[in-house]
Design a protein around this ligand. Structure first.
Ligand SMILES: NC(=O)c1ccc[n+]([C@@H]2O[C@H](COP(=O)([O-])OP(=O)(O)OC[C@H]3O[C@@H](n4cnc5c(N)ncnc54)[C@H](O)[C@@H]3O)[C@@H](O)[C@H]2O)c1
Ligand SMILES: O=C(O)C(=O)C[C@@H](O)[C@H](O)[C@H](O)COP(=O)(O)O
Ligand SMILES: [Zn+2]
Length: 357
């Protein structure tokens, strides 16, 4: 793995990828800020400390704000507490938030940045595979509600994203693999070379010191950046990034947000591949390849049959639904995503049967 940072333009901000690159952080925060609030999970002080140190050394007044780990942070009660802390610190529009952690933490930090004073700058420092390749890039921020995943949020682009690959070795393997689901998603919707690199050595793909780790991360970021730069607010084309998420989010809600996002998206991609066959006769090889590549890196591909009625009810609140009609991202072929209305409940149930079977 190389050590030099490689900046890539994305919607007017830099996404810097490299190893041991924390010294780049102050330049992403910029000279306007006097105060910086570093939002991080209470379980990861060893990742937050060097971030705070680098910012203090650059002259910022730093407040370290810890939040519950993972998905438990994506709650209105946590956002409320952070708003109170920013108020107590007289945090102004020129001050900046830095979010350090996985996608759950960066989604929350981004949401608080989007809403405090109607928007303050935010720089994201993702420390999971999933955060680097997806969550920290693109400006979708949000929290969960009892009704569903990410149902409250805002579009708010970060001022910069710093992906320090040196943070990845401490990530538990299951979390690393969860991030691979979004990498593989990018492969199916846009960049089949990603699929070939994973298939070339599935085991190597599951470790941060794998031969193609950096390439996979950079290619997945490139897919995301390219889509987001044409449709930041998800008016149309951006929906393709939701491949596998319609069922995936419903599974996360059914599991009370204790099921890894990437695992749920993996099952959702199998469902989408089966639905594509039933809906417009997509090649069955697509579903086969989906199961094989996901299974090959250790991602789940099935979910219990009994869950269907509740999953269907939850999917009706998906952001892509329009009135009573569910809409899905389905592949016409590899790297040819289409956005499809599927009003036929029997077809949806038949596709799910193949997932639960
Ligand atoms: N905004 C977006 O565009 C977008 C895109 C994809 C996913 N997401 C969201 O991202 C979230 C999932 O993100 P995630 O998979 O990163 O999960 P996560 O944030 O819950 O992190 C997973 C676990 O890894 C731990 N962790 C993080 N970095 C670590 C490190 N370097 N070493 C050891 N442990 C570490 C965390 O503390 C946590 O326990 C979901 O809420 C999902 O909805 C958002
Ligand atoms: O950036 C996007 O757009 C995505 O859909 C990326 C997804 O991987 C991500 O999980 C996102 O948070 C889902 O957004 P939502 O709008 O369906 O809540
Ligand atoms: Zn996702």
């Amino acid at each position: 793995m190389g050590t030099a940072p490689s900046p890539a333009e994305n919607h007017g901000y830099h996404v810097v990828v490299g190893s041991g690159i924390l010294s780049e952080l102050p330049s992403l925060v910029g000279p306007r800020a006097r105060q910086v609030a570093v939002i991080h999970p209470d379980t990861l002080p060893e990742l937050a400390r060097p971030v705070c140190h680098a910012l203090r050394a650059a002259g910022y007044v730093v407040t370290s704000l810890d939040v519950p780990d993972g998905e438990r942070a994506k709650k209105i009660s946590v956002a409320t507490r952070l708003w109170e802390q920013l108020g107590a610190a007289d945090f102004t529009r020129t001050d900046a938030i830095v979010g350090v952690g996985g996608g759950a933490t960066t989604d929350l930090a981004g949401f608080v940045a989007a809403t405090w004073l109607r928007g303050v700058p935010v720089v994201l420092v993702p420390t999971t595979m999933l955060g680097m390749v997806d969550a920290a890039v693109g400006g979708k921020t949000g929290i969960n509600t009892d009704a569903g995943k990410n149902l409250v949020g805002a579009f708010h682009a970060p001022s910069g994203v710093l992906c320090d690959l040196a943070t990845l070795p401490s990530l538990p393997r299951a979390e690393y693999v969860s991030g691979l689901a979004e990498v593989i998603k990018a492969g199916f919707i846009s960049d089949p070379r990603i699929l070939e690199l994973v298939e070339a050595d599935p085991h190597a793909a599951t470790t941060p010191d794998g031969r193609y780790t950096r390439t996979l991360i950079e290619r997945a970021i490139a897919v995301k950046a390219s889509v987001v730069s044409t449709d930041f607010r998800e008016s149309d084309h951006r929906e393709i990034l939701n491949y596998g998420h319609t069922l995936g989010h419903a599974i996360e809600r059914a599991e009370d947000y204790t099921f890894r996002h990437g695992y749920a998206v993996a099952i959702g991609m199998v469902f989408a591949a089966e639905l594509a066959q039933l809906h417009h006769g997509a090649d069955p090889a697509l579903a086969r390849r989906t199961r094989e590549i996901l299974g090959g890196v250790g991602l789940p591909t099935t979910y219990p049959a009994a869950a269907w009625p509740e999953l269907l009810r939850t999917m009706r609140r998906d952001k892509k639904a329009r009135g009573a009609t569910l809409r899905f991202v389905l592949l016409e072929d590899l790297a040819r995503p289409a956005r499809c209305a599927v009003p036929d409940e029997a077809m949806l149930a038949a596709a799910y049967q193949r997932v639960s079977g």
